[in-house]
Design a protein around this ligand. Structure first.
Ligand code: BDR
Ligand code: CA
Length: 316
């Protein structure tokens, strides 16, 4: 089995933390670094959470702090009603985690790592795409040096899913639409894992209870952080459980056969009432804008079984 080296760009975040632990314990993947983004919390909060997760679960990789605001404008107000005041479901964590950060900012750490391992790095980006866009602006040559970019973001109308912040926009994309459009305009292999598939997969209460019972300290931690997340989903009308956003991007890296994809160029609306809307067209439709893959269907039972098996094996 060839193991993929992964850089994880993240705004932890409840589902980010769940995805990070899945990634770190999956034998098919090797986590080589964590870069932080604002979104589910301020950059201070998400960076503290990344350091906390790294130390608590012995992940032993560099954490590099990312941009505190989007390419244009200011950071949006963190969704405390979804991820909590501390962005980790309001479990107890110290305000300041006494741990070391990498000396480089996230985008430079990305460039350095991609150049250190040419054609070997998969970036899994599950937050605003600001860090990736900055890396691309500073070193456009990295587009030819990456193995793959897997993005959790966007919504293309599949299965009726069009947005979760506005009727036309998903959170990671609307949080920095220009960065998303720049990342999607580059000629590197990109796979977009949007709401079309992430909202097709649901972790129910009994599913998470099983993780807590058999997944050791990771399973118990997942239960603890996800209570507030489940409450939020119930408050917006979901009878039981919550969507599987960021872990779906990790699942794609482990086993792409869980998904079907469509190919074509992708653009992001960067202003106006439809800001943050993602659109895919036919290959060649928009001049030389490269085609990327957008996930359109997912085998949810198999994805849930994959996640379960990784967490329960980690708990043995
Ligand atoms: C995405 O937005 C964030 O709140 C989640 O962590 C996920 O990356 C879902 O729209
Ligand atoms: Ca996220």
């Amino acid at each position: 089995m060839s193991v993929k080296k992964v850089l994880f760009d993240t705004d932890p975040g409840i589902d980010d933390a769940m995805a990070l632990l899945f990634l770190a314990r999956a034998p098919e993947l090797e986590l080589v670094g964590i870069t932080t983004a604002m979104g589910n919390g301020t950059i201070e909060a998400t960076t503290r959470n990344a350091l906390y997760l790294r130390d608590r679960f012995g992940l032993n990789v560099p954490v590099a702090r990312g941009a505190g605001k989007p390419l244009v404008g200011e950071a949006s107000v963190p969704p405390t009603w979804v991820h909590g005041e501390n962005a980790l479901g309001d479990i107890e964590i110290p305000d300041v985690v006494d741990s070391t950060l990498h000396a480089l900012p996230a985008h430079r750490f990305m460039i350095e790592t991609i150049k250190q391992y040419p054609h070997q790095i998969t970036v899994i980006a599950v937050a605003r795409l600001t860090n990736l866009a900055l890396a691309l602006r500073e070193a456009p040559e990295i587009a030819g040096l990456l193995k793959e970019v897997i993005i959790m973001g966007g919504a293309f109308g599949g299965h009726g899913h069009t947005g979760n912040v506005t009727p036309l926009a998903e959170a990671n994309i609307i949080g920095d639409p220009l960065a998303a459009d720049e990342v999607l305009s580059a000629a590197w292999p990109v796979v977009v894992v949007g709401l079309d598939v992430t909202q097709q997969t649901i972790m129910t209460t009994s599913y998470v209870q099983e993780l807590a019972a058999h997944g050791g300290n990771i399973g118990e931690f997942i239960w603890d952080i996800s209570r507030l997340y489940a409450d939020f989903h119930q408050s917006v009308g979901m009878p039981d459980g919550f969507y599987v956003h960021d872990s779906s991007a990790v699942a794609y890296a482990i086993d792409p056969t869980l998904f079907s994809t469509t190919s074509g160029p992708v653009r992001v609306v960067t202003e106006g009432f439809a800001v943050g809307h993602t659109i895919q067209s036919k290959p060649g439709a928009w001049g030389d804008r490269p085609s990327h893959q957008v996930c359109s269907t997912v085998d949810s039972p198999r994805l849930l079984e994959l996640y379960r098996s990784v967490i329960i094996a980690a708990g043995r």
